[in-house]
Design a protein around this ligand. Sequence first.
Ligand code: PEP
Ligand code: MG
Length: 589
Amino acid sequence: MHTHKGIPVSPGIAIAPAFVLDPDRLRVRRQSVPADEVQDELAELDGALAASIAEVEQLRASTEDMLGSELAKIFAFHLGMLADAHLTQQFRHAIERERVNAAYAVYAVLHRLADTFLHHKDRYFRERVTDIYDLQRRILGHLTGGQDQGLAAISGPCIVIARDLTPSQTATLDKTLVRALATDLGGRTSHTAILAHALGIPAVVGLEDATRNVNTGEQVIVDGHRGLLVAEPDAAQLLQYREEVDRIAGLAEARRELRDLPAKTKDGTLVELHGNIEFPNEVADALDNGADGIGLYRTEFLYLASDHEPAEDEQYEAYRETICRLEGKPLTIRTLDLGADKLTHDGIGGEDHDERNPFLGCRSIRLCLQNLPMFKTQLRAILRASSEGPVRIMFPLISQLMELRQAKMVLNDVREDLEDEGVQVAGNIPVGIMIEVPSAALQARSFAYEVDFFSIGTNDLIQYTLAVDRGNERIASLYSAAHPAVLTLLKEVIRTADRTGTDVSLCGEMAGQPEYTMLLLGLGLRRFSMTPPAIPEVKQVLRAVSVEQARRIARKASGFDTDREVLNYLRDELGRIMPEAFDGRSIGY
Ligand code: PEP
Ligand code: MG
């Protein structure tokens, strides 16, 4: 048995035989072409390019049907390359001047291009290497009649393990057979991660050497909650995971009944439970899980899933669609939170500065305030969509009052411009901030006078309070929402919000982890926003406890000196209140 630690990008647990995609790249034989056959090779090339364009178009259309227009944009890069005259000219030159066969010309030109991208200083280009190989495989498929043997060979339930998966491979996976994905490469915002999440397949990326250490046919477990790949698990581990799968399935069944019940505590206090989404089509899942609205729409994913800066109309359409899908339920739109781990390609948000400390660098609201045209485009799109339903605007990573004031000024300018143009904009749009930097938490009182609401982003608040990179697996054990310093900040922000009459919610991962539900309720939180599948479980806890009980638990939890003590205590309390449901579970944060 060996366990590999990676980055969890799509939740769920799967146990199945491994299907390891042959990591060896395609190789194509170079053949010399006599002068009188050059035209035939060129004609073959044109045919293969036309067939590839048709195929990618079709893939784009079916992805759009299945997953929505945002995700379908992933294929725009492929179409762009196929339509790029400079690139296709290079294929032709190789055939005409070097007299090589069309297949080799395509293979060699794209191989060189991939190599250049691989060593590019801009991460966007480095991340496109898999797209180039994807395209290479596709065109060669038409020239040599070859198939993508790897995935085509899947014939039964399995877990796909690969160096990396191309967007086309991920989008066309047979969901009835593929139970999970695990890749050596990739990060939280890689296309594989985004698509796997949208497809609802558990996935772990960034495993580094899984393809070398696992063989096809071996039994493996993918734990998409904790970011683990367990190869050849022993009997005890298998049993533990099987029980967890059963437990999750059992809970899911029981929770379906919870959907339409209110999130009301035992003593009748109503709590709002909202969903966090990245794409408009996730609204359905949130509503299905009983969400009262969307508390965090991470709009940067519009950019991350696209190969160009989304124009105002594109953004407007995405926001309008999200609002309409919510049918009157409120939507909190967070303005772009790009930068740091959420990197996009060159040209979006200015030049790609290789920052030494990107989490402390020009990310999020800082990036927006330094790129006003981009920021204004987004705000115009949001304001235009605001006439369709209830919307709130939220600025991320605010660390000082001046940033908030500037952002509000830009928002007012944009509103005035739209009104001058005669565009309809909703009258009173609540404006709020994420509290995810300790300075904002400590200065919550000052902020409270200038905003309509707070949303506490514990994912970042924890990393900035504890100086622990939230994505670094080497120090993952130091990253804890239960740290007493984090609890002190939470307590202060919630109390300040209460005293100043400011709406407050919490939208970090912590909100969806039942171990923390009673603590947060006891600290005074009445609005939670979380990944939609977590809503029923949190609701179940809320319905099993009274506010008085929760206050007692919060008081006691605040008295410990270490996160371990807090966590053990919270687990014990949860176990006491819901013994069957949460027996033995462990949590990631
Ligand atoms: C957070 O930081 O808690 C948050 C919700 O934002 P994100 O995870 O998108 O950084
Ligand atoms: Mg954040």
